[in-house]
Design a protein around this ligand. Structure first.
Ligand code: ASP
Length: 628
């Protein structure tokens, strides 16, 4: 018996259900678990007994063990029992190859009922049955008994264990940072917690441990990590939850290359330990600048499992085509780009209209399509604008004359540089999903870096940080952190700051942003300049991030780090598209815990203890909806 099996022994069990094999035949064992299935054959009762390690068949014969048999007469699924009996090889022909324990059964001689169960609201023993998610969430403890969710939580646990091992092996120190803190600079809305001891004051729950980890660098812990719970009060989507977990890490005396090289190795190690069966598409991870990712994939989180790259048609089109949809954006610096989808040349008009509607919803003025047929024919509502030369130029710009069976479809979006690329990028992902271009087994990681440092906020006349306000510019753009006038208080859209790139990097997996981080500004003078561009005086900034700014005056090492979404990573490794599927007790889209019925009204005395009273909003909270 393995060391682990020994450790699992208690007075209720000598073995776990999933561990018994042919080599155990002849042993007398004691097992404890849930009745997964029960079949009554008169004097013989068959039970599939389940624990988290697996299932084993138990058979109780009234002729051999009348008391044990009697104990099971009214037993139902999901009762908890313990059984003692001998392990026997199953009769030839009755083995169950689908079960790892399928070569044996336990001939039960003693049965003890440990707990009875009501009929569950859904079958635990039908892992593939579709069940309404709200029912699963309300009875999550039952859903967790089911094989798929159990396996995903086990995978997540394995992943987190691997994360810890790899970090410890590389000299990282695991530090827990507080949950009741002051606002962090991640830019979402904070959850706040009123203080009873200091009425009128609140704590914020951390959106991330960002300030704390930087303070740990100032404190000299040159390699920190934490499996950190983060809280962001934002509108929820499939890959977001109000509370979630990040692998948060920070390193001192490193540059961008140093952080990325550790993180890449760690991500590979953890991934391979967790899913050794899933191939990683490319090593080392490909690296794109933000601009390149946008140009080629229309996204800062490109899915590299398929090509379908964006193609700029500028050079293939004549300077003016006579077609306003192309000419107008090009005259004002915009672009005309396409993706060439193989095999979709015969897509029905209704589906093309649907794609057009989506393009408009994502912010395009419209969508132009051209279908290239195998016989050389070109079909399109704009065919009349295309001369023979223009058509030939289009064919060669988009990859030549070889056309997939069924013809190829060019989806073209014209417009402002970033917007038009992003619209096409979204269509690229959706179309690839719809025609099944991505191999679901492959893990395609990449890095995207050199993001713009700031974006211009015309209303407030300031340069807002695109990521966090402590991200440093790339070394060669340090001098761009200024305004055209030289006066940091007189900012305008044309300032050199607009061209500065940040030492900001994202790690991407199969089209999801797995995590992001940056090298931080640790030099006070540069930080002051950056804050001024963001429209904050140092005093303003001190009111928000005082501790960090103070700490920087006591000797701050160069440092940088990253945070990786644990749920996103686990979901992708588990082949899921929703992070709730790798969370034990997730919340709904409107932030409810259906099992605990949270959030809930507090006891009136809790309000008064906090010195608070509630005025009910008449129209409800903007954007909020209650779960059914
Ligand atoms: N704190 C950042 C975030 O949560 C990550 C980082 O820059 O390390 O996105």
């Amino acid at each position: 018996m393995s060391e682990l099996s020994n450790a699992l022994q208690t007075r209720y069990r000598s073995d776990v259900c999933g561990s018994l094999r042919a080599s155990d035949a002849g042993r007398v064992v004691r097992l404890a678990g849930w009745i997964h299935r029960r079949r009554d054959h008169g004097s013989l009762v068959f039970i599939d007994l389940r624990d988290r390690y697996g299932i084993v068949q138990v058979v109780v014969d009234a002729a051999v063990a009348p008391e044990a048999h009697a104990a099971l007469t009214d037993a139902r699924i999901e009762w908890v029992i313990s059984v003692e009996g001998g392990v026997a090889l199953r009769r030839a022909g009755t083995e169950n190859e689908k079960l790892p324990t399928g070569a044996v059964e336990v001939a039960g001689t003693k049965v003890e009922v440990l707990s009875r169960a009501k009929t569950p609201p859904f079958y635990i023993n039908e892992p593939d049955a579709p069940i309404d998610e709200s029912v699963r969430l309300k009875h999550r403890y039952l859903d967790l008994r089911r094989e798929p969710l159990r396996d995903r939580l086990l995978l997540r646990s394995q992943m987190v264990q691997a994360i810890r091992e790899v970090h410890h092996a590389h000299g990282f120190v695991e530090v827990e940072t507080p949950i009741l803190i002051k606002s962090t600079p991640e830019g979402a809305r904070d959850f706040i917690v009123p203080s009873r001891l200091q009425p009128g004051s609140v704590y914020a729950l951390p959106q991330s441990p960002q300030q704390m980890k930087q303070l740990l660098m100032v404190a000299g812990f040159d390699r920190y990590f934490q499996i950190a719970r983060c809280f962001r009060d934002e509108d929820l989507r499939g890959d977001r939850q109000p509370e979630f977990t990040q692998l948060d890490l920070e390193m001192s005396f490193v540059d961008e290359g140093g952080v990325r090289s550790f993180v890449e190795q760690m991500v590979i190690d953890v991934t391979k330990r967790t899913r050794p069966d899933r191939p990683i598409q490319q090593l080392p991870f490909p690296v794109f600048t933000y601009d390149e990712a946008l140009e080629r994939y229309g996204s800062d989180k490109p899915d590299l499992r398929y090509g379908l790259e964006l193609i700029d048609l500028g050079a293939a089109l004549p300077a003016t085509t006579g077609f306003k949809v192309f000419d107008a954006p090009r005259a004002s610096g915009g672009r005309v780009r396409t993706i060439r989808v193989p095999g979709l040349g015969g897509l029905p008009r209704s589906q093309i209209n649907d794609l057009t509607e989506r393009a408009k919803r994502y912010g395009a003025d419209g969508l132009v399509w051209i279908s290239l047929q195998e016989d050389g024919e070109v079909r399109s509502p704009i065919a009349k604008f295309l001369s023979a030369e223009a058509t030939t130029a289009l064919w060669s710009a988009t990859g030549g004359t070889t056309v997939a069976a069924g013809g190829d479809l060019l989806l073209i979006v014209a417009g402002e540089r970033v917007r038009s690329a992003e619209v096409l990028g979204r269509l690229r992902v959706e179309v690839a999903g719809e025609i099944g271009l991505a191999d679901p087994d492959i893990l395609a990681f990449c890095w995207v870096h050199r993001f713009p440092m700031y974006q211009w906020e015309s209303e407030s006349g300031r340069w807002d940080a695109t990521h966090n306000p402590f991200s440093a510019p790339v070394p060669e753009h340090r001098d761009l952190l200024t305004t055209s006038s030289g006066d940091l208080a007189r900012r305008s859209a044309g300032d050199p700051a607009g061209g500065a790139l940040a030492q900001q990097y994202d790690v991407v997996l199969n089209g999801w942003e797995l995590g992001g981080g940056s090298i931080r500004i640790h030099d006070r003078e540069l930080l002051e300049r950056s804050f001024a561009l963001m429209g904050h005086s140092l005093d303003d900034a001190r009111a928000k991030f005082g501790a960090l700014l103070d700490a920087f005056e006591y000797g701050a090492p160069p440092h940088g780090g990253i945070a990786i979404g644990v749920e996103r990573w686990a979901a992708l490794l588990a082949g899921q598209t929703n992070i709730r599927e790798v969370m034990a007790f997730p919340k709904t889209q409107s932030g409810s815990d259906l099992m605990l019925e949270a959030p809930s009204e507090p006891d009136p005395s809790q309000w008064s203890d906090l010195g608070l009273s509630v005025r009910r909003p008449t129209g409800g909270v903007t954007g909020a909806k209650k779960d059914a």
